[in-house]
Design a protein around this ligand. Structure first.
Ligand code: AMP
Length: 411
């Protein structure tokens, strides 16, 4: 199938060609015609499948079709809600790109950035608004945003929206839009709460399941290393030196973990940057740009900060900590092996994370290949480390000299 078969109009085909896309991805093939018919859709697709274009192109086409007014009154006609700033920025990048041969104007708004420049653009008028929920409601309350003319309403990464506690905000935003509109919901997974949300705001939607949530891109080669927790840093350095070629995103569970690892790798001379919740938007964006343009080859991230970010040609994903949710594993490793590239997913598992592996393997229905040949193997009988609470009876008394000399732990 070609983009022409999808009945896309010339200015869009030109922009698609300029982007270097030769044929639609599966989600585009299945979703674009349904959106062009004006139907509501629930699409279960992960980042990396081309889902942004799957809604951006038909929305733009619908807006193009309405270009009969000689001077477009710039009223917000398409509203896209995104859970994170990074994703919001990427969505706008997509819209800008596909709308390059038109007069359609888009704006992205999110918290943590100065409000005035966003207000200035809003005052001039935009056709397409991409927003995180909090900032949108904030600007609406201040009367800078009018959603009365919204015709296309998109919820992207709805499951993350749920995880981040935005569902009530999303419902509020939906009520600010006209009743008559097309609603498109995209989510990597469709948990019960999302199903409920969809039932309450979508009208007779078409369901499109492109990638079953459990499926891991076939172009990702996975490998698992069992390693004692305190040896993870050494194994990480060993793999960076000997196995990992190209760029890599290293995932850690906590901000604290991200910062510690960043310090340690920088000490070892690696050019590295990070994104986590303690960084402001502009620092996160700088880190992302440095990684995207190849200035740093290693980016360390927490899940929430990294969710949805689109980096072309990502060679490797490295799970320094195993995620405790199978879906998170799928999301993390879904970042590599995208749009036809081959990727590698390295995972390190310590004794206390073994249970997560079982859950993940059940979820993805695949056994992750284990690499036993490495310098820091985990004793198969090793018991999970028990972290004693401060002040517990086990802690009382003086520390032995040996324990004082113990190396710093890696968490
Ligand atoms: P997304 O799932 O929207 O984050 O898209 C993932 C990546 O695929 C982005 O870098 C897009 O630019 C790219 N992409 C989208 N559609 C196509 C296509 N039809 N052919 C090749 N790459 C695409």
């Amino acid at each position: 199938m070609s983009f022409k078969d999808l009945k896309l109009i010339k200015p869009l085909l030109k922009a698609i060609e300029a982007s270097g896309y030769t044929e639609p991805t599966l989600v585009q093939e299945r979703t674009i015609p349904v959106i062009l018919e004006g139907r509501d859709v629930i699409v279960s697709a992960q980042t990396g499948t081309g889902k942004t274009a799957a809604f951006a192109l038909p929305i733009l086409q619908q807006l193009f079709d309405k270009q009969d007014a000689p001077k477009r009154g710039k009223k917000i006609k398409a509203l896209i809600i995104s859970p994170t700033r990074e994703l919001a920025l990427q969505i706008q990048q997509n819209f800008k790109n596909y709308a390059q041969f038109s007069n359609l104007r888009s704006l992205v708004i999110f918290g943590g950035a100065a409000i005035e420049p966003q207000v200035d653009v809003l005052k001039k008028g935009v056709d397409i608004l991409i927003a995180t929920p909090g900032r949108l409601l904030d600007l609406h309350k201040q009367d800078y945003i009018n959603l009365d003319k919204v015709e296309n309403f998109v919820l992207d990464e709805a499951d993350l929206m749920l995880a981040m506690g935005f569902i009530d905000d999303v419902k509020k935003i939906e009520r600010l839009c006209p009743e008559e509109k097309q609603t498109l919901l995209f989510s990597a997974t469709i948990p019960y709460k999302i199903e409920e949300l969809a039932n309450s705001i979508l009208k007779n939607p078409e369901r499109i399941d492109v990638t079953p949530t459990q499926s891991v891109a076939q172009d990702v080669s996975q490998v698992l290393y069992y390693v004692p927790k305190r040896r993870k840093i050494e194994l990480c350095l060993h793999l960076l030196r000997n196995s990992i070629k190209g760029n890599v995103i290293i995932f850690r569970r906590t901000k604290f973990g991200v910062k510690k690892l960043e310090e340690r790798l920088a000490e070892k001379g690696y050019r590295v940057d990070s994104i986590h919740g303690d960084k402001n938007q502009s620092d996160r964006q700088t880190a992302l740009n440095k990684f995207k343009n190849g200035y740093v080859k290693i980016l360390i991230a927490t899940d929430v900060a990294a969710r949805g970010i689109d980096i072309n040609e990502l060679d490797n994903v490295f799970n320094f900590d195993m995620p405790n949710q199978a879906e998170t594993y799928v999301h993390r490793i879904g970042r590599t092996g995208r749009a036809g590239n081959i990727g590698n997913a390295y995972s390190m598992c310590s004794a206390d994370e073994k249970n997560y592996i079982k859950t993940i393997e059940n979820y993805i229905n695949v056994q992750i290949p284990v690499e036993k040949e490495h310098p820091y193997p985990l004793d198969p009988n090793a018991k999970p480390t028990v972290h004693k609470k401060k002040g517990s009876k086990y802690k009382k008394g003086r520390k032995s000299e040996a324990s004082k000399k113990k190396k710093k732990r890696w968490y």
